[in-house]
Design a protein around this ligand. Structure first.
Ligand SMILES: *Cc1c(COP(=O)(O)O)cnc(C)c1O
Length: 360
């Protein structure tokens, strides 16, 4: 079967090996005569899948013992609310760095819960870069600092993170978790919807420093309290078993690639292939992001006229490329090159971009 040249921003490409293994287990998982999503979430077979997903994520990201790994539904968007509901107390303010539409949305949800401060922003510059930010200026009553590590829509990415001595650092890593090696200790809470780098939609991973769990009020609705998930290994109620199973397969695949450093090297190479085409095009392709803020996951660019961008997208579609249109909020073009997008597909896109330039 011919696999599509899939550059979708999310849900996005999954590794072929993962899909093949899943295909078999949809009908008969581990000789039970039942598909993985037909098993009880209390069965020992499902329990093993669940525990393996947590163990593999802990291994791959070297998550220390004083952090919990939680599986929650509701997408990254529910975390926009759960983070302030659990962490933002009275008399405190939550600090947000605005680096794109997702951080803007996160801020708006926090505004409904308590006091917020815009710590830095590149909004008036069309989010072309990660705004400079020093954590030294942060006041003592800050509940936490929230950042979006990769800005999926604008194609920018944090390279180094604010140091985290005084204030808990919270990161929305939905579109670059597992794409590079980093120190989890730099963060106090990491959350990520699975559908970009981790698996299908339906499960959101939350990695939280245990100490922070003490902040949640007992008056929170049960399903919005991190402790509910932490106390029951994310099995208080029925978890999204199929999504967690696919997550476990993606993690197994990532482990087989050689871990995060190896994955990071490949991602760097893939991104360079496309950015080189942009940089060597003498202005034919115009990158949206400033060079020092460029994302290795989402490559955003324009052509010099809207008509030419349209023509590019049309021809790309005819040539079999999927998902290259920019987000509806900024237009232009975007190639999302998450972990599971093969290098060969990126090279094919680079060749197409070069040929299109030569023709026009
Ligand atoms: C996709 C995305 C979201 C939204 O995720 P949902 O799971 O659809 O709620 C939030 N933040 C970032 C950075 C994203 O890329």
């Amino acid at each position: 079967m011919n696999r599509a040249l899939n550059f979708n921003a999310g849900p996005a490409a999954l590794p072929v090996e993962v899909l093949k293994e899943a295909e078999q287990n949809l009908l008969n998982f581990s000789n039970t005569g039942m598909g993985i999503m037909e098993l009880s979430h209390r069965s020992k077979e499902y329990q093993a899948v669940h525990d393996q997903a947590i163990a593999l994520l802990r291994k791959l990201m070297a998550i220390p013992d004083d952090y919990e790994v939680l599986f929650i539904q509701g997408g990254a968007s529910l975390q926009f609310s759960m983070v302030p509901m659990n962490l933002l107390g009275r008399g405190q303010a939550a600090h947000y760095v605005l680096s794109g539409s997702w951080s803007d949305k996160a801020l708006k949800e926090a505004d409904k819960i308590g006091e917020t401060v815009i710590a830095a922003s590149s909004k008036d510059q069309k989010y072309r870069f990660i705004p400079a930010y020093s954590q030294d200026d942060i006041p003592d009553n800050a509940a936490y600092l929230h950042i979006t590590s990769n800005n999926t829509i604008y194609g920018t990415q944090w390279k180094t993170f604010p140091s985290n001595k005084k204030t808990p650092l919270v990161a929305d890593m939905s579109s670059d978790i597992l794409s590079r090696s980093l120190e989890v200790e730099q963060f106090d809470l990491i959350y990520a919807g699975a559908q970009k780098n981790l698996g299908p939609s339906g499960v959101t991973v939350v990695i939280i420093r245990k100490e922070l769990l003490e902040r949640s009020s007992e008056n929170l609705p049960t399903m919005l309290n991190y402790n509910t998930f932490a106390n029951d290994n994310s099995l208080y109620n029925t978890p999204p078993t199929l999504a967690i199973y696919l997550l476990s397969l993606v993690l197994k695949w990532a482990d087989k690639q050689g871990g995060l450093q190896q994955i990071e090297n490949t991602n760097e190479k893939k991104a360079k292939t496309l950015y080189d085409i942009i940089d060597e095009s003498e202005g034919f392709y115009i990158g949206h992001a400033h060079k020092d803020s460029r994302s290795r996951m989402n490559v955003t660019f324009n052509l010099h006229s809207a008509d030419l961008s349209k023509e590019f997208l049309q021809q790309a579609k005819e040539a079999g490329f999927v998902g290259l249109g920019g987000h509806r909020s900024i237009g232009g073009c975007r190639a999302s090159i998450y972990n599971a997008v093969p290098e060969q597909h990126v090279e094919k896109l680079a060749a197409f971009m070069k040929a299109f330039k030569n023709k026009n």
